[in-house]
Design a protein around this ligand. Structure first.
Ligand SMILES: [Zn+2]
Length: 200
């Protein structure tokens, strides 16, 4: 890597910081970009800037949105008393495809993972508590992943939500243990949501 030009080295280093991309993949991407026409590179660069300028995390639920409040939070047709808690925006997309949830969402922006230094304060948990109190939420559905981090997060949330007197449910089993929601097929995910059970 040391033999490349300074600019190439810098781009490789920056790309290698992206999740899931190590130095070798970063190098492959850079050489791919060098080979394709300039138009593609220009569009890609401009798109990166535009996405960053025009995408927000919804002020209410932290779902990725093109406006300050996302289309789900703005939708008066949704049940305002039920909140489904997920780890990431992509989980909302998976759950919305099932059509099984008519309430609101709350994105934690991650899951508890002490080994990676992610504790309750790194997640959007305080915001969730505020929403539950202010909006008199009736039910909280915990739809975190069924891997260790997701289960740990669900148990933690149960502990702090119980004193609030809100009903807490967990999406039913059927999502393979250890897997992410986004990879579950629609039917399984929809059923897991409909057949949710009280979490205690
Ligand atoms: Zn929202």
């Amino acid at each position: 890597m040391t033999a490349y030009t300074d600019l190439v080295n810098r781009l490789v280093r920056e790309l290698a910081k992206l999740p899931g991309i190590g130095p070798r993949s970063a190098e492959r991407i850079v050489f791919h970009i060098l080979k394709v026409d300039s138009e593609y590179a220009r569009n890609l660069a401009s798109l990166l800037v535009q996405v960053k300028q025009h995408s927000f995390f919804c002020k209410e639920c932290h779902h990725l949105s093109e406006s300050e409040i996302c289309h789900i939070c703005r939708d008066p047709g949704r049940d305002q008393k039920i909140i489904c808690v997920v780890e990431e925006s992509k989980d909302i997309i998976a759950l919305e495809k099932t059509g099984a949830h008519k309430g609101l969402y709350h994105v934690l922006l991650g899951a508890l993972s002490p080994l990676d230094g992610i504790g309750p304060r790194e997640l959007r948990i305080q915001d969730l508590l505020r929403r539950i109190r202010e909006k008199n939420i009736r039910e909280v559905i915990l739809a975190t992943n069924s891997n260790t981090e997701g289960e740990t997060t669900a148990l933690y949330l149960l502990k702090i939500l119980k004193p609030l007197g809100v009903s807490v449910t967990r999406i039913a089993k059927g999502i393979p243990v250890g897997s992410n929601l986004e990879f579950a097929d629609q039917a399984t995910l929809g059923q897991a949501l409909t057949a949710r059970v009280p979490f205690a």
